[in-house]
Design a protein around this ligand. Sequence first.
Ligand code: ADP
Length: 666
Amino acid sequence: MFSTILIANRGEIACRVARTCRRMGIKTVAVYSDADAAAMHVALCDEAVRLGPPPARESYLRGDAILEAAHRTGAEAIHPGYGFLSENAGFARACAEAGIVFIGPTPEAIEAMGSKSESKRLMERAGVPLVPGYHGAEQSMEALRAAAAEIGYPVLVKASAGGGGKGMRVVATPDALDAAIEGARREAANAFGDETLLIEKYLDAPRHVEMQVFGDTHGTVVHLFERDCSIQRRHQKVLEEAPAPNLPAETRTAMGAAGVAAAKAIGYVGAGTVEFLYQDGAFYFIEMNTRLQVEHPVTEMISGQDLVEWQLRVAAGQPLPLSQEALVPTGHAIEARVYAEDPANEFLPSIGLLRHLRPPAEGPHVRVDTGVREGDRVSMHYDPMIAKLVVWDSDRAAALRRLRGALEAYQVVGVATNLAFLASIAAHPAFAAGEVGTGFIEAHTPDLFPEAVPADDGVLALAALDVLLRRQDDAAAAAARSGDPFSPWHATNGWRLNDDNYQRMVFLDDGAARGVTVHYRPEGYRLDLPGGSVMARGEIDADGALICDIDGFRRRVAVVRQGLDLVILDRGRQHRLTLDDPATRAAEGDQGGGGLVAPMPGKIGRVFVEAGQVVEKGAALVILEAMKMEHTIVAPEHGTVTVVHFATGDQVDDGAALLEFEPGGE
Ligand code: ADP
């Protein structure tokens, strides 16, 4: 076995590989770009080597720099993870030439399977069933037209070198074919540097079912069962599970045999995935991925095996740890890909600071594979995945219950996420019934994008209680510091010089004002809300969570504060309210330290002021361009700009201090 390996990747997969290495007593070397110098994967590895600037092309895709790092650190093998160089035959070859073990298949196997056309020719010879289609070398328009006509419409035009759904086009009728071919060719040439296309029968309601296979250097190949990855958005996987629901036993057996035959046909070594489409009882090979897949944890959960350990053993020349007969699946596992993206805005990546990040508690039923921590940034340079949330239980219904609970418990504030979208899939009766298919999300779209609901009385009560309790804690701390802890001036329990012991609070919910009147009572706060009154009390626990008791209903919720904004996370729902309280506004403004910060990441469009300039309240200071809109930062009151931190054209992160401001003066 190796003493030291280099992990040529970042994020969750680099962390996941490092964990197995640590358990096996193997030393790990991380590599990183400048954007990742303080990243979790760097912290988890024993040593780390800088590769270069943030763009992948200048860092994680630089095979030469990675090999140099391996030499410098004495790493004997390189684990490529997925993506980046994991399916790059040239890199695998360069590793071999440099005397370093590439933890993956041979360059020849990567090459054979890297081309969808070539792999189909191979699979056809090995007797693996294919989607009816054309995967020939002749690429003239006439040849492709004739092929499409013979296959029968609708057809799917695909880039042979494709991946991630790129260069793929559905063509319903012959008159749309030429344009689709030209478009796919352009996209394929740009994305993969190879414009070879293939044409397939477009199946109207398939499921995506894939086989995990493993081969060793002694000629043994086994499969570790199937995964159903039918829940997809734009041909990209969203939820994956194992075993595939409602799959007939004989299909499972036949697919396992086909997966093993496919791997054997190319003398496959290491972890691989043979992907099939399954429709009307038949299955068809679409492609083979010659690496560890993103969704491998569901296989680990049902097989009890660590696939990274298997990879390391095989790469070190050892035989596969278990025979086919010894592999027995147990229970059911589901993985949800948690992304920093905005479902309401066409799933655009949401970059920014992970201000508050609390994954659900891990245990035998819940696993969270992540590469970020609270306080980290989701960068524009890489895939905006936050984590893979994986659940396991004895059967699918129980696993699904775990998934719903874990999604509800997952707390992320700072960036938009797909958590609510995932939760609505997990809650959908058709998903619960196992009615999965690649068209699932499209078919159920109206149910999957829950409308934002206005904050109800329950949410208002939580917001008010949080404000009151934090004020009380702040006052107690101030009193303790003042040397006169019992002074009535520090009390916040409603004590007043006169009898007027109530207070009015106003919250803004998406611009709409919602009032709460607080009456101080010995047993707590009586809150008069728009729909009636409740008794509220509670405390802020050591973790910063709000332990609340509203009319005797006690629970723990999270309220994340930033200035006057409150994000209330309660049972999987998020509400953002702004406290519109003049006293608090003034008090919190004082604490602000006079810096004016960027409300979101963006680019400085214009700077209107310079250091030393005196401005009136409301004067425009800076224009920030973000999300295709302009945001004007104005002077909060009359005062002097003391420092300007940025110039026109600069990129800024959210929360960055744009300028320093000193209120007051003439
Ligand atoms: P990529 O390598 O870009 O991921 P794949 O060939 O693996 O492309 O296909 C990705 C997804 O596209 C599949 O999971 C399926 O949803 C859809 N797809 C691929 N081929 C077909 C087909 N012939 N008919 C219908 N859907 C298909």
